[in-house]
Design a protein around this ligand. Sequence first.
Ligand SMILES: [Zn+2]
Length: 397
Amino acid sequence: MSCKICGNETRKMEVTKDCIIYHYCDQCEFISKDSNYYVTEEQELLIYNRHNNSIHDETYVAYFRNFINKTILKYKSEGTKGLDFGSGPEPVLSELLKRDYGYEMDIYDKFYAPEKTFEGNCYDLVTSTEVIEHLDDPIEYFRLFVRLLEKDGILAVMTQFHPKDDVKFAGWHYRRDPSHISFYTPETIRWIADLVGLEVVFIDRHKNITLKHKKTEEGKMKLIESYTHKDVADQKLTNIHKRTTARGIILNGDEILMIYTKRYNDYSFPGGGVDPEEAIEEGLLRELSEETGAQNVRIIGAFGRVEELRPIHFPEYDAMYQISYFYTCSADQKLGKANPEAYELQNGSEPVWVKLVDAIEHNKKVIEQNDESIGLSIQRETIVLERILENMKNVSA
Ligand SMILES: [Zn+2]
């Protein structure tokens, strides 16, 4: 099974004591319980109902003060809008943040406060304590947290880190709670942060985590190439339209998943424009599924960015400044049903698995011929294809 966080192949770990199977990732250190051993939602709820905590319980309040001191007070912004995600049967943390720290809090809990009050909102503080160990797909929730965070907002998370030792793990009390299915270390949290565009501001060795948005997306990703299209190179440009796109590099052996477009007779990477309200990675996943129907797509990491100044077909602009972010991804080889846009159908675009070297050779030939029908993106795509091949050679050398 591949790791739900980093996509690396996991190893099976059986705890003989209770015959439960886990999947251990040696790369990002994430451990997930095999889904055959999950408890049902009813059983999960019974476990939660056993907790009886209140704001009048001083031990419990002290436990949260410790968390607030470590993860929030030092890093907080001016704003006071907060959300406690997974607030539990008694929303003690949010009560405390309201009463003693001046926050206005929304709460959400799958069982006890199921109304999604957070939808359409952004917060200066999102807290999630003892929640992420219950999540089957942590990345999906971290992406949600990213969307919910104001630009300078903080995400404060608590989960106990696993001991990184098979024997100790077997005897660990946190593992034995049957509703706990996902286990992390600080290394796992760093991987997650990287994947969703967050940075770790604070983390200790036990359980406390503070995350913020990465400073800027731009420039974080390595520049592969920056160029100006010949048709605008010597033009006077005043009104430039800026566009951000995200593209996926999905390899399978020596083949790569590309879009072949009949109109331009070229291979291009699947992906496309990122909507303004969308995170880049989110736009990428949406575009990949629409254009190729690819299944089980996971973003593995950043590959690099290409910046180009090129002609534009909107008359109100002189040129377009486009930044394309390329991400390495994994996906099943068998493609599902794509959902292409009208212009893509018109241009005769279709997803294909093609040998990397063949795609490069084909595109280079088309560039050389320089027919009328040549597309605007072929230069960019060929540069990146060649960079991928170069990297592969370096790895195997
Ligand atoms: Zn992993």
